[in-house]
Design a protein around this ligand. Structure first.
Ligand SMILES: NC(=O)c1ccc[n+]([C@@H]2O[C@H](COP(=O)([O-])OP(=O)(O)OC[C@H]3O[C@@H](n4cnc5c(N)ncnc54)[C@H](OP(=O)(O)O)[C@@H]3O)[C@@H](O)[C@H]2O)c1
Length: 344
């Protein structure tokens, strides 16, 4: 059977997909395709999904150099543009990895992503983590960078000034943050020349980050929610016994039953109806198309939105343990839980 004629997986017209305006005037499609294949999917599989997703209506792709597949996604984007997709319709995000925070490394890192993605500019460039700490791919969560450092605001600002320069150079249209907290964002807003247009953060019904979400919206920064389905296929090493499963939540399952959709689709609808942008991942056509279509039909009712707002379990899945900088810390130290930046 030709899956493109199967209604669940049929393509959509990209202009039907709503967009959110950034303070810079640019508009970002509210659903993007994640590209972190982790250790489950090869770069080739992810690139093939990007190719088909763009042919089927996706215009927003969330990339990062650390995902190790930008060089495979680039040819796919180039071909799409050659085949008639306007570059101005595409929204391509990339991210500066933690080992490239030094002032001298930012421009080369951005140029390397541009080269790999075969683009002249990025629509959004994010600092992937506010810590300059790195680790090898696939290591256990107990692994540490021997040169790890805490968040040092002056150093973050040195990196940020380089991102501002990338905007001046026309290599990047918008800049933003990822994995930040309210106290860190307050300092960045105080000291930046070009304020962040977007803030990427973990967001799903069991981890709503209401304070951070509301803060970014109040500041005119668009929140982009990663792991919007609750990352149900993340590797074993990234799970802890306390983690909960959004797509098994009885309220989400009940609403999915009413709409006759997978619970994942309810998570996507909630993330967008709440006012955010979402970047779900899948290489499975039926799944990534139902995620895109989630925003085209069957809105959640006011009562359902209210029920969903009460599901928060403060269940952070991407805890970031590998970025800790000294002995005896717990992952909570990365997230400024008492409203203050954790001391060095
Ligand atoms: N900035 C950051 O630090 C950061 C951190 C994490 C993630 N991200 C970004 O966010 C993206 C998404 O995050 P994620 O992969 O952790 O979590 P996610 O999107 O919440 O979950 C992805 C998983 O959900 C399943 N799924 C997707 N759509 C589905 C559907 N319609 N029905 C049923 N199952 C569905 C997929 O299963 P199958 O595999 O079986 O298809 C997939 O493996 C990443 O790819 C990356 O681009 C950014």
């Amino acid at each position: 059977m030709d899956t493109k004629n199967n209604s669940a997986a049929a393509g959509v017209e990209p202009e039907q997909v709503p967009k959110k305006a950034l303070y810079t005037g640019d508009k970002i499609p509210v659903v993007g395709l994640g590209t972190f294949g982790s250790d489950r999917y090869s770069g080739g599989q992810v690139a093939a999904a990007v190719k088909d997703a763009v042919a089927s209506g996706y215009r927003h792709i969330d990339c990062a150099s650390v995902y190790g597949n930008e060089h495979l996604i680039g040819p796919v984007l180039k071909e799409a543009v050659k085949n008639g997709v306007k570059r101005s319709e595409l929204w391509i995000t990339s991210k500066l990895w933690n080992d490239k925070h030094a002032e001298k490394d930012v421009l080369p890192a951005c140029k390397s992503s541009l080269r790999d993605l075969q683009l002249e500019h990025l629509d959004l460039y994010l600092i992937h983590w506010p810590f300059p700490n790195s680790h090898a791919k696939g290591v256990s969560v107990s692994s540490r960078d021997p040169r790890a450092k805490p968040y040092i605001h002056e150093n973050y600002m040195r990196t940020w000034r380089q991102l501002e320069k990338l905007v001046d150079l026309g290599l990047v249209r918008n800049i933003g943050t990822s994995n930040m907290t309210v106290p860190k964002l307050k300092l960045l807003l105080r000291d930046s020349r070009i304020k962040p247009a977007c803030a990427e953060m973990e967001l799903h019904p069991h981890f709503q980050q209401e304070e951070l979400f509301n803060f970014t919206v109040e500041q005119g920064i668009v929140p982009i929610g990663y792991s919007p389905i609750g990352s149900p296929k993340r590797p074993e090493r990234d799970r802890t016994p306390e983690d909960t499963v959004d797509i098994e939540d009885p309220v989400i399952v009940k609403i999915a039953g009413r709409l006759k959709v997978h619970p994942a689709v309810v998570c996507i609808k909630w993330g967008v109806q709440r006012g955010g942008v979402v970047i779900p991942f899948s290489v499975n056509r039926e799944k990534y198309m139902s995620n895109l279509k989630a925003v085209l039909s069957g809105a959640l009712t006011k009562e359902e939105m209210k029920e969903l707002s009460k599901l928060d379990k403060n269940c952070r899945l991407v805890k970031g343990q590998v970025f800790l900088w000294k002995e005896g810390q717990t992952w909570e130290d990365l997230w400024d839980l008492n409203g203050k930046i954790s001391p060095p």
